[in-house]
Design a protein around this ligand. Structure first.
Ligand code: HEC
Ligand code: HEC
Ligand code: HEC
Ligand code: HEC
Ligand code: HEC
Ligand code: HEC
Ligand code: HEC
Ligand code: HEC
Ligand code: HEC
Ligand code: HEC
Length: 300
């Protein structure tokens, strides 16, 4: 076995091109050449060259993690690993026993600016980590891709789609996309990520709260503003009446009948409505149900 060379460098100037600043490397900073790892991890190092992270050195960004060198930027100080001639448990490995906060924290040292709210996202709060969805090292014999493939592979979904990364954990949602009335996810008209940003806090429009923003980018005519707004559309959003993924009901409605949808909020109706039943097509008269510029009752 060859002797590993790695050293503490006194003064190296790293141009932090990507950040537009330059800074001196701290006196006690550890510099690791990936070739030192290649002696034992030849395949990983070779495959790693195809990935965007292999340029960390030249970008000077690896510096952020306290060590320089593309491998050490994520795996940290390899001193113990070298001392013990490699081996499990002697270097930070993003393994099952790593704390989610350590895993995410490592990635966020560099990606914190673009994903500042991850810790308060549904995923971050439940201990889902970056590497549950992302892969850094290419899978053996495959080209690099930023996202992991779902194991639970949906027969009609291509593996290179963003939605594929959601499959293993959200099987129930995929099942909703099997209904006849559905958004055409399988056909590639949209992705899970069209409506959701998996990195964002739940309070943001993409994950929770007021969810109209994404819907009206495609369904512009439903967004208003209208002279006469339908209170529910404004206050609770589209999902007050529609299920966004898929539904056995026409028009992706949350209830089987239009009337049932209306009755879920309107208990008191004008007296001449007493003859109406669950089968009544309320929208045959209240046709501008999403809002109207002409009629306060959303009539034709
Ligand atoms: C951007 C962060 C990052 C960089 C840079 C990085 N790795 Fe990794 N490495 C990971 C993650 C994350 C895992 C855990 C595997 C997974 O979840 O895909 C891992 C796992 C490993 C493993 C153990 C698992 C396996 O595939 O056998 C080895 C060995 C490894 N990396 C070596 C290296 C070497 C060598 C370099 C430099 C050429 C390097 N890594 C650079 C993030 C990184
Ligand atoms: C002297 C050989 C040797 C060198 C040099 C070496 N490793 Fe390892 N490394 C190993 C061995 C052996 C294992 C255990 C692998 C296994 O069981 O598949 C290992 C495992 C790992 C793991 C997984 C650890 C775990 O707990 O699962 C990571 C990550 C890793 N090495 C990264 C690196 C990085 C980064 C470098 C360079 C800075 C490096 N190694 C240099 C031999 C080496
Ligand atoms: C030392 C800084 C650093 C660390 C640590 C780091 N990254 Fe990166 N990452 C980068 C840079 C730089 C790029 C290339 C960005 C570019 O080309 O725009 C990149 C690219 C990416 C991309 C690809 C983006 C694209 O455009 O397709 C993903 C995904 C990513 N990183 C995820 C991770 C994950 C997950 C981790 C933790 C395991 C991690 N990164 C750790 C600096 C880092
Ligand atoms: C639940 C799955 C999931 C988790 C967890 C996740 N990501 Fe992502 N990430 C994605 C998907 C999907 C995309 C592609 C988005 C798209 O195609 O619109 C992406 C894109 C990215 C990109 C490239 C584009 C961009 O938006 O900057 C980076 C970098 C990135 N993620 C970093 C991270 C980091 C760092 C973490 C952890 C703090 C993380 N991701 C956690 C699913 C995830
Ligand atoms: C490793 C498992 C895992 C993967 C992969 C994953 N998720 Fe999640 N997701 C979770 C967990 C756990 C929660 C929190 C569950 C809860 O609050 O009920 C969650 C919550 C969510 C929520 C919010 C639910 C709410 O009530 O606020 C959305 C939206 C979501 N995920 C979308 C996605 C998308 C889109 C992808 C693919 C890019 C994805 N997830 C991939 C595990 C995962
Ligand atoms: C057309 C936009 C849209 C698409 C596409 C979409 N979602 Fe959603 N999703 C929503 C909205 C809006 C909600 C909130 C529903 C509510 O509050 O009743 C939601 C809720 C969720 C929830 C939490 C509640 C639940 O139903 O479990 C999860 C998890 C989720 N989506 C995951 C996904 C995944 C995974 C995909 C891709 C397979 C996906 N979504 C595709 C709009 C969308
Ligand atoms: C108060 C309940 C309610 C709310 C809230 C609501 N809708 Fe609807 N929507 C309906 C009903 C009822 C129908 C069926 C109309 C019919 O029977 O002709 C419908 C039909 C639709 C249709 C298909 C028919 C058409 O007119 O194009 C689309 C698309 C639609 N809604 C999108 C949206 C969007 C986007 C939002 C949020 C901005 C939204 N809806 C909010 C009740 C609602
Ligand atoms: C990327 C564009 C896009 C986004 C975003 C989007 N939709 Fe759609 N939606 C469509 C398309 C296209 C259809 C037509 C159905 C099809 O593909 O066959 C549709 C169909 C519908 C229908 C059924 C229409 C009918 O005639 O029965 C409803 C209701 C609906 N969308 C509501 C929503 C809601 C609510 C949201 C937000 C949670 C949303 N959409 C987000 C593109 C989009
Ligand atoms: C999620 C709750 C909700 C649902 C479902 C709903 N509405 Fe409304 N609707 C409201 C609210 C809130 C107002 C505003 C009431 C106010 O300002 O007093 C309103 C107002 C109206 C008005 C205007 C008259 C008025 O009282 O201001 C009509 C007409 C109406 N709704 C018809 C319908 C019909 C028809 C349906 C079924 C297609 C329906 N609504 C479904 C909540 C709902
Ligand atoms: C034959 C046409 C017609 C049908 C069908 C119809 N409506 Fe109406 N609705 C009206 C008219 C006209 C008004 C306005 C009454 C007025 O001027 O006070 C109205 C008013 C309302 C109002 C406002 C009540 C108020 O005083 O604020 C609600 C809520 C409403 N309808 C709900 C429904 C629901 C729910 C259904 C289905 C079960 C339905 N409508 C079916 C014609 C109809």
């Amino acid at each position: 076995m060859r002797v590993r060379h790695w050293e503490t460098i006194a003064l190296v100037f790293v141009a932090m091109l990507a950040l537009g600043v330059s800074r001196a490397v701290a006196a006690d900073e550890i510099v690791v050449d990936p070739e030192e790892c290649a002696a034992c991890h030849e395949d990983q190092v070779a495959a790693f060259k195809m990935t965007p992270h292999s340029s960390l050195d030249s970008q000077g960004l690896a510096h952020e993690a306290g060590v320089t060198g593309s491998c050490a930027a994520c795996h940290g100080d390899p001193t113990q690993h070298f001392e013990e001639g490699g081996g499990v448990g002697t270097i930070f490995a993003f393994g099952p026993d790593s704390l989610p906060s350590e895993v995410n924290g490592t990635c966020l040292t560099c990606h914190g600016d673009s994903h500042p709210n991850f810790a308060s996202s549904s995923h971050g709060r439940m201990g889902v980590t970056c590497v549950d969805c992302h892969q850094v090292h290419p899978a053996e014999g495959e080209a690099w891709s930023a996202l992991k493939k779902g194991d639970n592979f949906h027969s009609s979904l291509d593996a290179d789609r963003a939605s594929d990364a959601c499959q293993d954990c959200h099987g129930e949602v995929f099942a909703q996309f099997e209904f006849n009335e559905r958004h055409r996810l399988q056909e590639g008209v949209l992705e899970c990520t069209t409506c959701h940003d998996p990195h964002e806090a739940q309070t943001r429009t993409m994950l929770g709260g007021f969810r109209q923003d994404q819907c009206v980018t495609c369904h512009r005519d439903k967004g208003g503003p209208f002279v006469f707004e339908h209170g529910s559309v404004k206050a609770e959003g589209c999902v007050a009446c529609h299920t966004p993924h898929g539904s056995p009901n026409r028009h992706l409605l949350a209830f089987q009948n239009v009337a049932e949808t209306c009755f879920s909020c309107h208990a008191v109706l004008p007296s001449f409505h007493s003859r109406f039943t669950l089968e009544t097509q309320c929208t045959s008269c209240h046709s501008a149900i999403h809002g109207s510029n002409f009629d306060p009752f959303f009539l034709k």
